[in-house]
Ligand binder design. Structure first.
Ligand SMILES: Nc1ncnc2c1ncn2[C@@H]1O[C@H](COP(=O)(O)OP(=O)(O)OP(=O)(O)O)[C@@H](O)[C@H]1O
Ligand SMILES: [Mg+2]
Length: 390
């Protein structure tokens, strides 16, 4: 009996070598096919040049699916994500670790780890001002021109993005030169120092000659931001830009990002699991859970009227000034295994408000206001009322 039990337990989480080889072979077939399609030469432009649904947006994610084909199964890291980033606005993306925030932004840059990671369907429309590219279909060679000229990424840990063996000046110069090929060496240096000043480094000439290890974490992040801004990007993607910094420096960096955004009139996609940062920075908020969007709306709507039980849980699990509690709330349970997602609401097992209907099919998005959408059966009954009321 005990033997039988252990065998059963094993089979739930275990796949045999044979099974793994079969999956791996199948994966290769799928990824080879996608890669072949992507690496074609002379792809006709009308395959990837498209139109925005709304000209005021810089980016429109439209039913994006990005999967990782691993030897133990397919990880649906992003599974049907749709939202817009309007021009000159900040969109905050929140959610627990592993919910697909970074993979969404990496898909936009075509930087998902290939060949196992692939955009399998959907569109990412990117508005350069002159033309609109569907990044999901843009060939790699074209993408290189877009990347860096139009979009900048600021990462969590600046030390890993700066090269420790070169002086700061050399690294900033390199980026400026790359984007301004006509500039002479002296002009590049002047511009680099200007950029360092722009991001609030007081001793910019001194820092220009320093190595990354001689700077504090906050200064390194400022250098990274300076490099990111060298091309006047239309969109800045900041993936946990302040997580590695202490709170006062964090506030300064956020202030800096906000000022710069207004100066160069770009949009920001701000990824974080810190709701405080979102509240301070974002115009719009997208809440992700297990690869899908469970709720989205303006920052006001999400903070004043959080509607999905997951968003409500997130709000309750952050400390608030003036509210005394014995223990902070934590959402029970954990995110389901990404390889074996249920076909009903992914939050079901952890939800305090679950109903029988929640086990039927994944809930559609319901619009509570024209900008506030939520995927939860709690609001499906209200839908009729809302529609009748309109
Ligand atoms: N190269 C990879 N190969 C396989 N799976 C991956 C790979 N990169 C990411 N994933 C999976 O994709 C899912 C989403 O990951 P992602 O990095 O987007 O999470 P995240 O929301 O950014 O989390 P965090 O807040 O921890 O940064 C996770 O389940 C992760 O395990
Ligand atoms: Mg991440």
């Amino acid at each position: 009996m005990a033997l039988l039990k252990s065998k059963k337990a094993k089979s739930a989480n275990y796949i045999s070598g044979k099974e793994s080889r079969r999956i791996s072979k199948e994966n290769r077939k799928t990824t080879d096919q996608i890669e072949k399609q992507r690496n074609r030469r002379n792809v006709p432009r009308d395959e990837y040049i498209t139109q925005m649904k709304d000209q005021n947006n810089v980016v429109e994610f439209d039913d994006l699916h990005t999967y990782f084909f691993t030897d133990i199964g397919t990880v649906k890291a992003v599974d049907g994500v749709s939202f817009n980033i309007p021009q000159g606005k900040t969109v905050g993306v929140v959610g627990e670790s592993g919910c697909g925030k970074s993979v969404t932004s990496l898909s936009l840059m075509q930087l998902v780890q290939r060949p196992q990671g692939q955009i399998v369907s959907g569109s990412i429309r990117f508005n350069t001002g002159d033309e609109v590219y569907d990044i999901a279909k843009t060939p790699t060679s074209e993408m290189q021109k877009l990347r860096g000229n139009m979009v900048s990424m600021i990462f969590q840990e600046p030390m890993t993005s700066l090269n420790p063996v070169f002086r700061i000046g050399v690294q900033v110069d390199e980026v400026i030169q790359l984007h301004n090929k006509q500039m002479s060496k002296d002009e590049v240096k002047v511009r680099s120092i200007e950029m360092l000043e722009l991001v609030g480094i007081a001793n910019s000439e001194g820092v220009y000659r320093m190595y990354p290890h001689e700077l504090s974490g906050g200064m390194r992040q400022r250098v990274m931001i300076a490099m990111g801004l060298a091309c006047n990007p239309k969109l800045i993607i900041a993936d946990e830009p302040t997580t590695a910094l202490d709170v006062t420096i964090q506030a300064q960096i956020l202030e800096l990002l906000r000022n710069l955004k207004d100066k160069i009139n770009s949009s920001i996609m701000l990824i974080t699991h810190d709701l405080g940062v979102i509240a301070e920075m974002a115009d719009f908020v997208v809440v992700m859970y297990a690869g899908r969007i469970v709720e989205r709306g303006t920052a006001d709507e999400i903070f004043k009227n959080p509607s999905h039980p997951y968003t409500i849980g997130l709000m309750n699990s952050k400390p608030a000034v003036g509210k005394k509690v014995d223990r902070l709330y934590s959402i029970p349970g954990k995110v389901p295994n990404p390889i074996d997602m249920p076909n009903y609401c992914y939050f079901y097992d952890r939800c305090e408000k679950r109903m029988d209907v929640c086990k039927t099919a994944y809930p559609n998005e319901i619009y509570l206001t024209p900008t506030h959408a939520v995927s939860c059966y709690l609001y499906h009954e209200m839908k009729g009322a809302l529609e009748n009321g309109r």
